[in-house]
Unconditional design. Structure first.
Length: 467
């Protein structure tokens, strides 16, 4: 039986982003997906600023920006009359060091199409209609049993990116600890309303009885995403007739104004965190590891960043022979972040927090983590590496883009040790306020791993990355 490097279970945003990152590192990947096609709904539509930076590095930012748009200003309606604007998000302008403001609205199905196209460019693919039925691991790898008499897969590592009802998590016996965020079920649907509502606003309808419905135009499409809460605890009717009925009962629109119901789903908002993010050679990522309320738009974003954190570490171990103990840092770094984002989503859902700067996720980092050593200038190891201009007219993000590490020598002529140019790219620039002065080793995922006023200790940090 041939052995591949990594088996990815699930072709949602998490699995596709991870597969793209691994393929550009020359890691062999097989992605399996139980469904016969990509997820068809708009569900995780808000892409936050930090995730836009990730998608920039993965080579898909142009397609993402072309396919979406900024969140429109909210408009509150009552009895068929406009009551006034409601601004959902803190308005923040892009800066030199933070080039993406976010959130950028792109239907989840479109984000997945973009990532799948990128994976195809990188020589990867997805095996649709392929369900995982069993999983076993030993000291050398993982064996996955598949449905429909398909031959088993043997891989060095496996990643569960198969959603909140993860088959992999169940097979591993990993529990999730959490709570119900809100007992009221919710309906989410993609609908078309050709003439009865403008596409300039995110429309909110609040009834005297506390009923709630919102309709958000999805940029780059003719669709709106509809959400409705059922405070009486009744189960939403997800049929086309049921969706039209709730629109007619909670707004001034008629059932006939909804020309098409393209996708619909119901759920109960919940927050839950897997007790472990790794068991031996198997890792949990995305919704398989943490389930969010949709409030604040943190679920998809936290999930893609799980993949981004794990990808480079798997690459170092598989391609360069780094000590497999490097992979232990995945859970150490990502589980606390996921816990924080779950808390934020829950507070926003309950009206206890605003959709402010924390939702952009630019302030997240790994200070004090197992891979964060030192500090210099205005930054500590574990901080996000800011963007900025370079003397040749390009940007720091241009220099960071790709699977390599980058050593930034900012405002210093400190002597550097011999470095493997395949592993570490070196860039010199004058003093730059977001950094200050010093040496900053930027990991492939855009966080500072090591920093210092001189190169003392740099060689020891790099020695962990390859044989």
């Amino acid at each position: 039986m041939d052995i591949i490097d990594v088996l990815v279970v699930g072709a949602g945003p998490t699995g596709l982003a991870l597969a793209c990152d691994l393929r550009r590192r020359g890691v062999s990947v097989r992605v399996i997906e139980q469904a016969d096609h990509l997820f068809p709904g708009s569900r995780g539509k808000g892409i936050q600023a930090r995730t836009l930076e990730v998608l920039d590095d993965l080579g898909v930012i142009d397609a993402v920006l072309a396919s979406g748009g900024p969140a429109p200003v909210g408009m509150v309606w009552q009895d068929g009359e406009r009551q006034g604007e409601h601004r959902m998000f803190e308005e923040v302008a892009a800066t030199v060091s933070e080039p993406y403001a976010g959130p950028w609205l792109v239907p989840q199905w479109r984000t997945q199409e973009i990532l799948l196209a990128r994976l195809t460019e990188l020589g990867g693919s997805v095996d649709f209609g392929t369900a995982l039925t069993g999983l076993a691991q030993d000291a050398d790898g993982v064996t996955a049993a598949l449905s429909s008499d398909r031959p088993p897969i043997r891989a060095r590592y496996a990643v569960a990116a198969d959603g909140g009802r993860s088959t992999v998590r169940g097979l591993l016996g990993v529990a999730m600890t959490g709570e119900s965020v809100d007992p009221a079920p919710m309906l989410v649907a993609d609908v078309r309303i050709p003439t009865a509502l403008d596409r300039l606003n995110w429309h909110f309808f609040v009834g005297a009885d506390g009923s709630y419905l919102s309709v958000c135009p999805l940029p780059g499409t003719e669709d709106f995403q509809l959400t409705a809460q059922f405070k009486d605890g009744s189960a939403p009717d997800t049929s086309a007739a049921g969706v039209r009925s709730v629109v007619a009962s909670r707004t001034h629109l008629t059932e006939a104004d909804v020309s098409e119901v393209r996708w619909s789903s119901d759920f109960r908002p919940r927050a839950a965190l897997a007790d472990r993010f790794a068991v031996g050679r198997v890792f949990l990522a995305g919704d398989a590891a943490h389930i969010h309320s949709p409030a604040g738009g943190q679920g998809l974003n936290t999930s893609v960043q799980d993949a981004y954190n794990l990808g480079w570490k798997l690459g170092q171990v598989i391609r360069y022979g780094a000590d497999p103990a490097l992979l232990d840092s995945y859970e150490s770094e990502r589980r606390p972040v996921a816990a924080d984002m779950l808390g934020l989503s829950t507070r926003i859902h309950r009206g206890e927090a605003e959709r402010g700067g924390a939702t952009r996720q630019l302030g997240l980092g790994y200070r004090g983590g197992p891979l964060s050593v030192g500090g210099a200038g205005n930054l500590l190891a574990g901080d996000r590496a800011p963007d900025g201009p370079l003397p040749d007219g390009s940007t720091l993000f241009d220099a960071l883009r790709g699977p390599h590490f980058t050593l930034l020598a900012v405002g210093t002529d400190a002597e550097l040790p011999p470095l493997d140019s395949d592993l570490v790219h070196v860039r010199h620039l004058d003093a730059y306020e977001p950094y200050g002065k010093g040496l900053f080793l930027v990991r492939p995922d855009g966080y500072i791993g090591w920093a210092g006023e001189d190169a003392t200790g740099l060689g020891g940090w790099l020695a962990k990355l390859r044989k």
